[in-house]
Design a protein around this ligand. Structure first.
Ligand SMILES: *Cc1c(COP(=O)(O)O)cnc(C)c1O
Length: 821
């Protein structure tokens, strides 16, 4: 990697600099958890919505980082004697400018990819097709944002012969900033669909914004069968060279036919008047489009069709996400089989640390050799060892000849194997217990086999939880809040069915202020998993008081009896000023003190030094219901009146909160000191639905497909009948999994290959039957019960209930899979 003298880089942008001891650096990092080579890194301190990078500078300094890009208000007084600083107004902008400067020093071809879907796959496939014939620098994972693009481009160095970078935008004005950083010579437009549509007026507007990436390109690649795309391209860039692929005769790469071929697809292509039959190892249309985008890019680069058709058969799918699953013997297993390199290893290790339950849990890494690291094997292994030490990995299982031949460089409990098969023959799965295990392998090591040995085997119906979407939703609500309003995230009822500590870990990392659970047990589970955030228990029971004190859980006190009992327990223990939360009933007629009880309550609170009121709150009856707005306002008024009296009498102030998810969006004037976010975080938001992302996907698969005659009956009690000759699919999900039995007999529907399929007959305990007549469906194929394509609201409506009940009815036997895209 190209190294720069710190003092030299200072001259690239206008800034103030403080140089204590000039050093060279090569890497740039923005996430404090992902330093792989501290002494060679420049840390860009970005103040984001949930994190302020400046807070991590001291600890990075301790780890050996010496170069920092910081904002003007950073406090330089803390003793960082050997640190160097670039001081600017806005660190993100400055970093973008640095990357742009760096980019201009290289004149190799650079491919810039944009579009709604498929960017990462096209990028990876171009790189797979190029193979070893060029040295490629490309975006790690799907780094395509305002921060991801400069990080990606920074990877270029003097050896780079081709850059392949993706650019993603979610609102107007963003492409203008990242386009010059990539400054592509070749542009690729992938599929333009409805993803990230919410901030654009129309699909056309979004397309125009994306096309700004191509401003400086010598050639633009796109599918010419879309009239809108063609029209916009000819309009905006009448003089540029286009390379079009499609069915039309004017396409540069013309598609003559495509047909199924075993598990793949045979495509007839015409290029430069010569016809070719090309086999691709995928059978779906999306892969077909992505493959043609990648093939076109190679043709533009000057590769021959013969070379490409040889390589394309070897394309492999792109693992887009890092998965967290429940493992055997109370382990958790994180499987990241994305191309292995040092920076993505650092990212996955950060996730391992975040998800470990408690500081003492053993962290284990199963790692394969890393190729194309750009450094010699010795330095590579030294750096891996440093990284493992930093994040507290205590056991390493290394696979491959590089790691094995450098075994002496690893100073931790480590065993090495020549191959994955050797590893599998020698490890006893049951020797893994209560550990957090990260499995990280280059693709050709076939680490899926290792994962499948260590993961708990449940039946294959599962609930997938998209942690990026959860964070995006959290940030959406956050963007609606005043600066000082705190967030309490509700994770009661097993995190609305999505999982407890896995979700809580993410929320803790995202710096929410409080967590809320229904019962003490749920709080204890979180504490055992290492959650240190304050936790409110909404339904404290007398017999759980001791365990609550032990785990520092804070009770909601809703009546005189529970108040008195809690004070007594504290008095016995000699505890004073224990944080409690007073619940008011302003109209729900559920738990809570009522208006008339005020004076007596205030007296007791004043005369009980054992407790301190940390917050006072009430719950709205129908914040989502326009018809109840008058009532909601009266609840808010009653609450404010009560709490101001209470503060006056107690003589101190406390946190006041009344809004739930719907309330946050509909009654912004009542944010007060804190809000309680629940269902919205999980992606259900009523009128603001479009801005939220579905977090959970309940899915299963087809065990079998059967033909049935029109009047044959299906399932128990002969209730199901198609009425025509057709096909049914048997799906292993039943009412014991949480698929409500009332959804049988045509009431509910599931999605099969993006097509709706009704449930026929009675739902059984462990399976159900769906009508797939005329649909594209195959045994083993996926079925979405609810999720992004089949909104949970539909299922709730068919049942005459609300999404809350659907979420929390999913049985615990359904495996939860967490992932980051
Ligand atoms: C569950 C709950 C919430 C969250 O409600 P949502 O509608 O899911 O946002 C807030 N406050 C209390 C007291 C709750 O019990």
């Amino acid at each position: 990697m190209q190294e720069y003298l710190f003092s030299e880089v200072c001259g690239w942008i206008s800034c103030k600099s403080i140089i204590n001891k000039d050093v060279r650096f090569s890497n740039v990092i923005t996430d404090s958890r992902t330093v792989s080579i501290p002494s060679k890194s420049l840390f860009v301190a970005i103040s984001g919505m949930n994190h302020n990078g400046h807070d991590y500078i001291s600890s990075l300094y301790q780890q050996g980082v010496r170069c920092f890009l910081v904002e003007e208000d950073f406090d330089f007084s803390v003793g960082l004697d050997e640190a160097n600083f670039l001081v600017v107004k806005n660190t993100l902008q400055a970093f973008q400018q640095l990357a742009e400067k760096k980019r201009r020093t290289y004149d190799c071809p650079v491919i810039g990819i944009t579009g709604s879907n498929g960017k990462t796959i096209v990028k990876e496939w171009i790189s797979q097709l190029v193979g070893n014939s060029m040295s490629v620098a490309r975006s790690p994972k799907s780094y395509n944002s305002q921060i991801g693009v400069p990080l990606s481009v920074w990877q270029m160095d003097g050896h780079t012969e081709l850059g392949v970078f993706e650019a993603g935008i979610s609102k107007r004005g963003e492409m203008e900033i990242i386009a010059p950083i990539i400054s592509p010579t070749i542009g690729v437009l992938t599929n333009v669909g409805a993803a990230h549509q919410e901030n654009f007026v129309s699909q056309q507007e979004k397309l125009q914004e994306k096309m700004m990436l191509f401003e400086g390109c010598e050639c633009i690649i796109f599918g010419s069968d879309s009239t809108m795309i063609r029209h916009e391209m000819y309009n905006k860039y009448p003089c540029k060279r286009f390379f079009m692929w499609g069915r039309g005769v004017d396409a540069d790469l013309q598609v003559l036919y495509k047909k199924d071929h075993g598990t793949g697809m045979l495509i007839g292509l015409k290029y430069n008047s010569v016809e070719y039959d090309v086999l691709i190892p995928f059978s779906d249309d999306v892969s077909f489009e992505n493959a043609l985008g990648a093939v076109s890019a190679l043709l533009v680069l000057g590769f021959s069709m013969e070379y490409i058709s040889g390589m394309i058969q070897k394309l492999v799918p792109v693992a887009m996400r890092m998965e967290l699953k429940e493992g055997i013997n109370n382990c958790i297993v994180i499987n990241d089989s994305y191309n292995s390199d040092l920076s993505s290893l650092a990212l996955s290790l950060a996730f391992l640390v975040q998800q470990s339950r408690g500081k003492t849990e053993q962290r284990t890494l199963i790692l394969s050799d890393i190729y194309q690291s750009g450094m010699d094997d010795h330095s590579l292994c030294v750096q891996i060892n440093d990284l493992l030490k930093q994040v507290g990995v205590s056991k390493l299982l290394g696979v491959g000849s590089i790691l094995k031949s450098h075994a002496h460089l690893f100073h931790l409990d480590a065993i090495f194997y020549d191959s994955t098969d050797e590893l599998l023959q020698n490890v006893v799965p049951n020797s893994f217990k209560n550990e957090a295990i990260l499995i990280k392998g280059s693709r050709n090591f076939g680490f899926e086999k290792v994962a499948s040995v260590l993961e708990m085997k449940h039946h294959q119906t599962c609930l997938e939880i998209n942690l990026n979407a959860l964070v995006d939703n959290l940030n959406y609500y956050r963007s609606k809040l005043n600066d000082n309003t705190k967030i309490l995230a509700m994770v009661k009822a097993f995190g609305y069915g999505s999982g407890s500590f896995e979700i809580a870990n993410v929320l803790q990392h995202q710096k929410v202020d409080y967590l809320g659970v229904a019962f003490a047990d749920e709080g204890v589970e979180l504490r055992k998993a290492g959650i240190s955030l304050p936790i409110i228990v909404m339904n404290p029971e007398v017999k759980s008081f001791p365990v609550m004190l032990m785990h520092h859980l804070e009770p909601e006190l809703y009546g005189f009896k529970v108040l008195d009992q809690f004070v007594q327990v504290l008095a016995q223990e000699g505890i004073r000023n224990y944080p409690v939360h007073i619940k008011l009933d302003t109209g729900m007629n559920r738990l809570g003190f009522v208006h008339d009880e005020g004076e007596r309550l205030f007296e007791i609170l004043k005369s009980s030094p054992e407790i301190g009121v940390k917050s006072c709150f009430s719950h709205l009856v129908g914040s989502e219901d326009v018809g109840l707005d008058e009532f909601t306002k009266s609840q808010i008024d009653r609450f404010c009146e009560f709490t101001s009296r209470m503060e006056a009498i107690l003589g101190y102030s406390f946190i006041k909160h009344i809004l739930n998810s719907a309330g946050i969006l509909r009654f912004p004037q009542a944010q007060l000191d804190m809000v309680r976010l629940g269902i919205g975080m999980y992606g259900v938001g009523g009128s603001d639905q479009v801005a939220l992302k579905p977090v959970t996907r309940f899915k299963s698969f087809i065990s079998q497909i059967k033909s049935v005659k029109a009047h044959e009956t299906i399932g128990y009690n002969r209730k199901g009948e198609l009425g025509y000759d057709g096909q049914i699919a048997i799906v292993p999900v039943g009412y014991a999994d949480g698929l409500n039995r009332r959804l049988g007999n045509g009431v509910g529907r599931v999605m099969v290959n993006g097509q709706g399929a009704h449930i026929v007959g009675n739902i059984c305990m462990d399976m159900c039957m769906v009508d797939v007549t005329g649909l594209l469906a195959e045994e083993g194929g996926e079925v979405e019960i609810f999720g992004p394509y089949n909104p949970v609201e539909n299922m709730a409506e068919a049942l005459g209930t609300i999404p809350y009940e659907v979420f929390t009815s999913i049985s615990r036997r359904v495996k939860r899979i967490y992932y980051y895209e």
